[in-house]
Ligand binder design. Structure first.
Ligand code: SF4
Ligand code: SF4
Length: 425
């Protein structure tokens, strides 16, 4: 693991600001790992905030909901931050924010205290909650692991530079996150619960330390990629997730803080996942912010809201600088897994020329999964997929550290990602 320049100061003290609702939203039918949803509305239909507008019969999926009230104007292919393009439902807002959900009496604490795990899981599924740290795995499935688990880790590490949305949530919504943790723990039947926070977030550590007696706050060194599931498990419990296995195989489940907050909102407020906190920052942005944004808002609206631009961005990234995805259009919408929008200038965005490998071993030394990135990358370039598999391509967590340390500027992660796709296929 390495210590990266954090660039958190730009936005970390900016309280979460509710962004005005957009005039139009583009809600992709795929915002999760699993089967793409089918539209449940057609052009001309009126919708209200929180209405389910897409779903599918499948095991691994998460339904999608309208984030504004108004009229469905199109169902069409649209730029997508992770998939390139994807079918999206376009809703023209009527500005009324009509919301037909009832908030009572389900938000009575005593009643919620009696909810069974089955009932909570059903609410989480119906709310369309997915892993909001970037993974997008449907949360209701993670609440129902195929093997018994005894430990829950809440991931508040937020180890990617620039991103501060989870930090703001932890500081501003501590009580709600703790209520969400209790719901998740009830579903999993776990007794041992850790909240993992990096030491560069003293205010969040203080808040959780003071307010949570049942859970253990684990303060971790600020280093990258501290927030990876496997790294958290190793650093907190000293356990390793074997190659090809998942945390539940060793009795552990990890959930991100924003996901747990969404669980709280779904159960206590009867609110589906139709908005989230997004950090908008980077050298080209004059007013970095942490925004509460409706899902489906084009990132151009976020950029304009944080403007004016200091200079024209040469690169727009959705997510963090290490694991995020460079975008080809500012029309892409915010989706459930959008943690940040970063705008970088020409100098920061420039690519250095790729040189031959000098066999320095830096990528091997730094890989947190103990892979040999250079060998997997070579196998990928030569399309030797069985070789890439033997080298453990599918265990790569795509943290980007090998790229970061390579003095020859070899695009190792890009090659490894390709091999991963071929190996898993
Ligand atoms: S091989 Fe994968 S896990 Fe290892 S450093 Fe590179 S991106 Fe990270
Ligand atoms: S860090 Fe780059 S130059 Fe060094 S061994 Fe790995 S691929 Fe080769």
């Amino acid at each position: 693991m390495v210590r990266l320049e954090e660039h958190k100061t730009e936005a970390e003290n900016k309280a979460i600001e509710k962004m005005p609702q957009p005039s139009r939203v583009y809600i992709p039918l795929s915002q999760h790992l699993g089967k793409i949803c089918s539209p449940e509305v057609k052009i001309g239909d009126s919708v209200f905030v929180g209405q389910r507008i897409g779903s599918v019969q499948a095991h691994v999926y998460a339904p999608v909901h309208a984030s504004v009230s108004g009229k469905v104007t199109f169902v069409q292919d649209w730029p997508h931050p992770a998939l390139g393009r994807c079918k999206a439902i376009v809703i023209e807002s009527d500005g009324k924010d009509n919301n037909s959900r009832t908030y009572e009496p389900t938000n009575l604490r005593t009643e919620i205290g009696e909810f069974t795990p089955e009932k909570i899981k059903k609410i989480v599924l119906e709310a369309g909650i997915v892993g909001m740290g970037g993974a997008s795995f449907p949360t209701h499935i993670k609440l129902n692991p195929p093997k018994p688990v005894d430990t829950l880790i809440i991931n508040g590490a937020e180890c990617e530079p620039y991103l501060t949305g989870d930090y703001r949530l932890m500081v501003e919504k501590t009580k709600e996150i703790l209520q969400g943790i209790e719901l998740v723990a009830r579903c999993l039947g776990v007794k041992q619960i850790y909240i993992a926070i990096e030491d560069n977030k003293p205010e969040a550590i203080k808040q959780f330390g003071v307010r949570s007696s049942q859970f253990l706050v684990k303060v971790l060194k600020s280093q990258y990629p501290q927030g990876g599931e496997k790294q958290l498990i190793k650093n907190i419990l000293g356990k390793e997730v074997p190659s090809g296995k998942l945390p539940f195989d060793i009795g552990i489940v990890v959930h991100n803080v924003a996901t747990v907050f969404a669980v709280y909102e779904a159960v206590y407020l009867n609110k589906p996942l139709y908005e989230r906190v997004v950090t908008v920052t980077g050298s080209c942005i004059s007013n970095p912010k942490n925004l509460l944004v409706r899902i489906g808002t084009p990132i151009k609206d976020l950029i304009d809201f944080c403007g004016p631009l200091k200079e024209e961005p040469a690169k727009i990234i959705i997510g963090g600088p290490m694991m995020g995805i460079a975008q080809f259009s500012d029309k892409v919408p915010v989706i459930k897994s959008t943690t940040g929008v970063l705008l970088f200038n020409e100098k920061e965005a420039s690519f250095n020329e790729e040189l031959p490998c000098i066999r320095c071993g830096a990528c091997v030394r730094e890989c947190p999964i103990f892979l040999m990135p250079t060998l997997i990358s070579l196998a990928s370039q030569k399309e030797l997929w069985s070789q890439a598999k033997i080298y453990g391509a599918s265990d790569c967590i795509e943290c980007g550290l090998c790229n970061y340390v390579c003095p020859a500027n070899i695009r190792l992660v890009q090659n490894i990602k390709r091999a991963k796709l071929e190996v898993i296929r």
